[in-house]
Write a protein that binds this ligand. Structure first.
Ligand code: 13P
Ligand code: ZN
Ligand code: NA
Length: 281
C-alpha cells in the first residue's frame, strides 16, 4: 500500500537500518523499484526531483506510484526530492505525495528555516512528513547545481531541527550527487556529532558511487534513509542500450523497456540489501 514515509523511517531508526529511497523517472523505473522491494519484502521510497516532475507532471508520477503500490504487500512512499519552492511542495501535497522534501540549503540559515517551517506547517494537518537539508551536498542534482563545500554544522543542525520541526534531516558530510571521480572522503565524525545533538532520522544524499562499506558505516552512525539516483539512470540506460545494440531493428518499446526494468530491479535489490531494509516490511 501507499503510506507516508514517517513510520517506515522511524522503524529503520529503531531497527538500526535505513530505508532505500530511489529516484524514478518513468513507469519502468517505478515498476522495477516496486518489484525489487516486493521480492525482498522491504519498505521502500520512490522519489522525483523537480526536473523529473517537469518532464511528466506530479499527477503522472503519483498515479504510477499509486498503481504500483496498490497491489503490493510492502509499504511504499512517494516523495518529492529536493523540492525547490513552497509552491512545488504544495502542489505535491495536493496531488497526494506521501512525503515531501523542501531544499532550502542554498539559502542562508534564517531563510532556510523560514522556508522549511512554512512547508512543515502546511503539511502537518495532512500528516505528511517533511525532510529538509542543511549544508550543501556537492555535485549536480539534475538541474540543481549543489556546488561544493558547506558541510552541516552540528550545532546549527540542532537549532534547525528544533525550530522547523521537520521529520528528517539531510546532512552534508562529503557525499555528492552523481558518480565520483575519486574516492569520496566522508566526514563520519561529523555525522556522529550531528547524531548526538539531533534525535530525528538523518538522510544521506548522493549515495550513487559509494562503497557498500561507506553506506553501512553511515547507517551505523545514524543515517535512516539513503538516496540513490544516478545508479538507476545508468542501470536503466545500460539495459535499454544492450537490446538496441544487439537488435538495432527493435521497434517494440516493451522489449527494451523490459530490459531496462530488469537492470534497475537488480541494482535496487543490491542497494536494498546494503541498506539492511530487506525483510523489514
Ligand atoms: P546520487 O545520484 O548520487 O545517487 O544522489 C541521489 C540523491 O541524493 C537524490 O536526492
Ligand atoms: Zn539529493
Ligand atoms: Na553520488
Amino acid at each position: 500500500p501507499l503510506v507516508t514515509s514517517e513510520q517506515m523511517i522511524l522503524n529503520a531508526q529503531k531497527g538500526g537500518y535505513a530505508v532505500g529511497a530511489f529516484n524514478v523517472e518513468n513507469m519502468e523505473m517505478v515498476m522495477a523499484v516496486i518489484a525489487a522491494a516486493e521480492e525482498l519484502n522491504a519498505p521502500v521510497m520512490m522519489q522525483t526531483t523537480p526536473s523529473t516532475v517537469k518532464y511528466a507532471g506530479l499527477d503522472m508520477y503519483y498515479a504510477n506510484a499509486l498503481a504500483a503500490a496498490k497491489n503490493c504487500k510492502v509499504p511504499v512512499a512517494i516523495h518529492l526530492d529536493h523540492g525547490s519552492s513552497f509552491e512545488l511542495a504544495m502542489q505535491a501535497l495536493r496531488v497526494g505525495y506521501t512525503s515531501i522534501m523542501i531544499d532550502g540549503s542554498h539559502h542562508v540559515f534564517e531563510e532556510n528555516i523560514e522556508m522549511t517551517k512554512r512547508v512543515v506547517d502546511a503539511c502537518a494537518p495532512s500528516g505528511i512528513p517533511v525532510e529538509a537539508e542543511l549544508g550543501k551536498v556537492g555535485g549536480k542534482e539534475d538541474d540543481l547545481d549543489g556546488g561544493s563545500g558547506g558541510y552541516t554544522d552540528p550545532l546549527e543542525a540542532k537549532e534547525f531541527v528544533e525550530r522547523t520541526k521537520i521529520s528528517a534531516l539531510a546532512v552534508a558530510i562529503g557525499t555528492a550527487h552523481g558518480v565520483y571521480s575519486g574516492t569520496p572522503k566522508l566526514d563520519l565524525e561529523r555525522l556522529s556529532e550531528i547524531r548526538k545533538l539531533v534525535s530525528i532520522p538523518l538522510v544521506l544524499h548522493g549515495a550513487s558511487g559509494l562503497t557498500d562499506e561507506a553506506v553501512r558505516e553511515s547507517i551505523l552512525r545514524g543515517i535512516c534513509k539513503v538516496n540513490f539516483a544516478t545508479e538507476l539512470r545508468i542501470a536503466y540506460t545500460e539495459g535499454v542500450k544492450k537490446v538496441l545494440t544487439e537488435n538495432p531493428n527493435t521497434i517494440d518499446p516493451k522489449k527494451y523497456g523490459a530490459a531496462g526494468m530488469e537492470s534497475v530491479k537488480k541494482l535496487v535489490m543490491g542497494r536494498i540489501k546494503v541498506c539492511g531494509c530487506d525483510q523489514k516490511a
